[in-house]
Design a protein around this ligand. Structure first.
Ligand code: HEM
Length: 411
């Protein structure tokens, strides 16, 4: 059951007031939740309070890399409470997928789509991704200011997500629109109308996915819908679950990967020496991906709930307590990465960033996101070597997602 729009807004307003009050008392996590332009200084303040501390807002908070890694791999923590109830209010009827399930249901559903998401599949699509990037850049006059998000990265990711499903051309625009609106859930709502618009998009996305399922029942193909329908026919998954998994895959990748690309290009343009390095050696595009994932990740928070009482770094976390991992903070933990606030393509060693999570919920789309972003950086530096920022960026106002709405650039 979802929460009615009015109650949702009231809840949101109460929470916002409380968070603001706690930020006034100096709580770093509360300050971070206020959607700050620079979350990293609050991550540092959080780290100064110890490897893990209890925020005045409620959850335990950590920006310690080793500790975060341990929590994400520790089966004493889950994404729901031990009794299976949710820790947080359900935002929309789509917000119910294996991302938010613990084993055994998580394992059963994830297993059905895992084979589809191997690195080999996306490596085989490199030519297609390259052609898409070139096609999008062919359509803009790069000598005049253009919006990198609208003209390149979002349409690229919309197409790649549609490819996973083999969405027919005649519903492509409707599919993209619904995915974009649904992805806005992370920003909260300014009015009941906005909330209702979101629920309408969720309902329509479900309808499109339903139509797609019917089509693939008749004409199976090499796509993730057909893969899930095989599992459905074998009785391993219900139709509601099929739609839930497809819903998750529709919205999980587009925004996050677009922001990886946007944040990466912004970091490169803000560090012209690094742009020059990439220009001289486009093979460094894979390093741009790694370093952006570490330095300015598109997702900033991962939550877990303790299933049993746990002692961690001297803190006693009780069953049912929430723990928030500040991904962006853990990725800048000086114990894990020397000189962590420097964007450096020549960085060697260090652990993998926590941006794709780790453990059983490790991002299923990581190979797709990596391949798409690497090719996008490579094509961009090749096609527009004199790329520069052509106006102020507009940021997305969400504390969990870090990315750009507007990013004007030109050659
Ligand atoms: C840069 C881009 C991306 C980032 C930063 C990202 C990040 C994440 C993170 C942090 C999680 C795990 C959350 C947790 O541990 O609770 C996750 C899970 C997931 N991601 Fe991604 N993701 C990205 C791209 C994608 C793409 C392109 C897809 C697919 C189209 C995708 C599909 C998924 C799915 C299905 C899960 C659920 C995995 C599970 O719960 O077992 N992601 N992602």
């Amino acid at each position: 059951m979802t929460i009615p729009a009015g109650d949702q807004l009231q809840e949101q307003a109460k929470t916002a007031t409380f968070v603001w009050q706690m930020s006034e008392l100096g709580d770093p996590y509360a300050k971070l939740l206020l959607r700050q332009v620079n979350p990293y200084r609050f991550c540092e303040q959080a780290r100064e309070l110890g490897p893990i501390h209890r925020s005045k807002v409620g959850p335990w908070v950590t920006a310690d890399h080793a500790l975060s890694l341990g929590i994400l791999r520790d089966r004493r923590f889950g994404v729901r409470r031990a009794d299976g109830t949710r820790d947080l209010a359900q935002f929309t009827s789509m917000d119910d997928s294996f991302l938010k399930l613990d084993p055994p249901d998580h394992t059963r559903l994830r297993r059905m789509v895992t084979p589809f998401f191997g690195a080999r599949r996306f490596n085989g699509q490199r030519k297609r991704i390259e052609q898409l990037c070139h096609g999008l850049l062919d359509a803009v006059d790069t000598t005049k200011p253009f919006d990198l998000m609208d003209e390149l990265v979002r349409p690229l990711m919309n197409t790649l997500v549609r490819d996973l499903f083999q969405v027919p051309e005649d519903v492509a625009e409707r599919f993209d629109r619904n995915c974009t609106t649904t992805g806005r859930v992370f920003e909260g709502f300014a009015s009941p109308e906005q909330y209702e618009e979101l629920e309408a998009a969720v309902a329509d996305l479900r309808a499109v996915l339903g139509e797609l399922v019917e089509l693939r029942m008749e004409q199976p193909g090499d796509d993730v819908v057909s893969e899930l329908l095989t599992a459905y026919r074998e009785g391993g998954v219900t139709m509601d679950e099929v739609i839930g998994v497809l819903g998750l895959l529709s919205i999980a990748g587009t925004e996050s990967t677009s922001h990886l690309m946007g944040n990466g290009v912004l970091a490169l343009l803000e560090h012209p020496d690094q742009w020059e390095l990439l220009k001289a050696d486009p093979e460094l595009a894979t390093k741009v991906v790694d370093e952006t994932l570490r330095y300015d990740p598109p997702n900033q928070l991962i939550s877990r709930v303790a299933h049993v009482d746990v002692e961690l770094a001297g803190a006693r976390i009780e069953a049912g307590d929430s723990v928030v991992i500040l991904t962006g903070g853990a990725n800048r933990d000086p114990k894990a990465y020397p000189d962590p606030n420097r964007f450096d393509l020549t960085r060697e060693g260090g652990p993998e960033s926590l941006t794709f999570s780790t453990g059983i919920h490790f991002c299923l789309g990581a190979a797709l996101a990596r391949t798409a972003a690497e090719i996008c950086f490579r094509v961009l530096v090749d096609r527009v070597p004199t790329l520069h920022q052509a106006g102020p960026v507009r940021r997305r106002m969400a504390s969990s997602i870090r990315g750009l709405h507007r990013f004007p650039v030109s050659a």
